[in-house]
Design a protein around this ligand. Sequence first.
Ligand code: NAP
Length: 245
Amino acid sequence: MRLGGKVAIVTGAGRGIGRGIAVKLAQEGAKVVVCDMVAENGEGTVRAIAEQGGEAWFQGCNVADDKDVSALFRAVMERYSAIDIVVNNAGINRDGMLHKLTLEQWDQVIRVNLTGTFHCVQEAAKIMRNQNFGRIINIASASWLGNIGQANYAASKAGVVGLTKTAARELAKYNVTVNAICPGFIDTDMTRGVPEKVWDVMVGKIPMGRAGQPEDVANVIAFLASDEAGYVTAEVINVGGGMVL
Ligand code: NAP
């Protein structure tokens, strides 16, 4: 139980990687605030945690809305008086080749993936500076290095890397670490949306020979959230079975 007594917020925790992270942090002893837009999904994660004897609580929040994010952090502070771990996982893709990409597709992805992460990192920074403790983990993507059909998504995730490294440097003296994880190709609704042929091509690029599972990402996050990782900050860690895009 590496995270006993800690309070964690996980955004986009209603399904996919976010649910895997929330369940893992709860297994490690954290009290988990499950944040998502769809209450039914978020409550499903809370139930999955409760069935294993963990403590979790659902709070609806659209990370792209700064007022929603402020309300989320305020509610958690009112309830627990501390926020030790924030995992910024909420994310979307709206893929398209550059010459066809609409401004709407661009804006939607930047607003959720980058601006949404910014809102949460900013709220976390205000609280964690005063606590003199914190762990912020941002979910970027292997695509941040560039990926065909994902100009908007890659740009948003490259932005998350820059945000991570800056926040890490600003907050280091307050004993707050900030790191980014770059999942490779993980088996979730996001990737299941691709045609079977593309799925096979993607898995063919993975030296480990399989798509990752949400637990593969969650295990690394549990370490970064722990006291053992107190000297690890400003890092960008790939969790992709050796995949390079
Ligand atoms: P997913 O299965 O599509 O789940 C995304 C979750 O984020 C959903 O619960 C969704 O809620 C929530 N969400 C979306 N927009 C939100 C918003 N504005 N506010 C709050 N929650 C929001 O995706 P995933 O594969 O688990 O991906 C999770 C993260 O990992 C994302 O940041 C993604 O970019 C990143 N990632 C994934 C892969 C991969 O291979 N799967 C690879 C690299 C990086 P709703 O149910 O309300 O839509």
